[in-house]
Write a protein that binds this ligand. Structure first.
Ligand code: 3EB
Length: 330
């Protein structure tokens, strides 16, 4: 199978060897343990409502070059690089150190392969909300991540990649990412303070991500919307209502889409045409969250639900989204 588009995302129920065909840039298996025999990274989050696995594939035309930088596996074609690394905290190593180490491997990979720009990062942290020696583990992660960005002279304020950070019950720190040869445009949300400017009450170091990134590929633009939650300004809103949190999250996404259309050369991104991953803290909230999504975005939504911990204890839902626009549809 050959694709015309520089980049597509497709969720499959399983990843048969024949699917690892000529267009497979990278694969992520949600609902699986991290260590897999296949050339895919596993993310141990429960797929809702039924369990099992969903395999998110990033498809892009070959030929590919592949290799590894220590424990980081990567594959790239002319325009895009997909990489992944799973690291375990062991012995004396803290989550902060492991996070730094993972990002150092990312930046070393970018240097070696000639991909200067991180476009999108996916972070999965074991026990994200637990205390890690006087500091919440998510906050430890933020220190290690920011230190690694600064050490590698990567944009850690304006121009940071889009990202998400979610909590698994146990296992490794799992990080996967897409990198590009051209500079992605970073997009912020005027309803929210930039995360890299969050005040100190959210931790000694701010998170390093932009609200979205817009990547121009030949004949196509791809919009990567970061994990988005019920945050306005820098405050979490509606702490007791998953319905209100979902509605607030969709308002944030709508504004990010609007901002993307202002920067896009093609335009026409629409909230109703996004591909979504929805992370809920409590599996039993799925029906009400799904009802809000149907009401606001229509019944034909492309959405996968996963159970995950979210980086602020009061947040009940977080949504990440991807948009694709072709030049000929202009
Ligand atoms: C927020 O808006 C919610 O640390 O990489 C969303 C996306 C969140 C990415 C990250 C965190 C991250 O602050 C949490």
């Amino acid at each position: 199978m050959s694709v015309q588009h520089p980049l597509r995302i497709l969720d499959l129920q399983s990843l048969a060897p024949r699917d690892a065909g000529e267009d497979l840039l990278g694969a992520v298996i949600y609902g699986a343990p991290q260590t897999l025999e296949a050339a895919a990274v596993g993310v141990p989050l429960r797929v809702l409502p039924a369990g099992g696995r969903t395999c998110t594939t990033w498809l892009s035309p070959g030929p590919f070059v592949e290799g590894h930088t220590g424990e980081l596996n990567w594959r790239h074609n002319e325009h895009l690089l997909f990489g992944s690394i799973s690291l375990r905290e062991a012995g004396q190593s803290t989550l902060q150190q492991v996070s730094h180490q993972a990002y150092a491997a990312v930046f070393e990979t970018l240097r070696l392969t000639g991909f200067p720009y991180l476009a999108r990062c996916w972070n999965y942290l074991p026990r994200i909300n637990l205390d890690g020696g006087g500091l919440e583990r998510y906050r430890q992660f933020n220190i290690g991540r920011q230190d690694a960005f600064i050490a590698a002279e990567q944009a850690w304020l304006a121009g940071a990649p889009s990202a998400c950070a979610l909590g698994t019950a146990e296992g490794d720190l799992v990080l996967y990412f897409l990198a590009s040869r051209v500079l992605p445009q970073a997009i912020e949300n005027p309803r929210q303070i930039s995360a890299y400017r969050y005040p100190e009450r959210y931790g000694p170091r701010s998170p390093t991500f932009s609200r979205a990134s817009l990547l121009a590929l030949p004949g196509q633009e791809v919009l990567f919307i970061s994990g988005t939650a019920s945050i306005v300004g820098h405050e979490s809103l509606h702490r007791d209502s998953v319905v209100a949190q979902t509605e607030e999250t969709l308002r944030n996404i709508a504004v990010v889409v609007e901002q993307a259309n202002l920067k896009s050369g093609i335009g026409g991104f629409s909230s109703r045409e996004l591909i979504l991953k929805v992370f809920v803290r409590h599996a039993e909230d799925i029906p009400v969250v799904a009802q809000v999504l149907r009401t606001q975005l229509g019944p034909d939504l492309d959405v996968i639900y996963l159970q995950a911990d979210i980086c602020r204890a009061e947040l009940l839902v977080e949504i990440e989204a991807f948009g694709f626009r072709d030049e000929e549809r202009k």
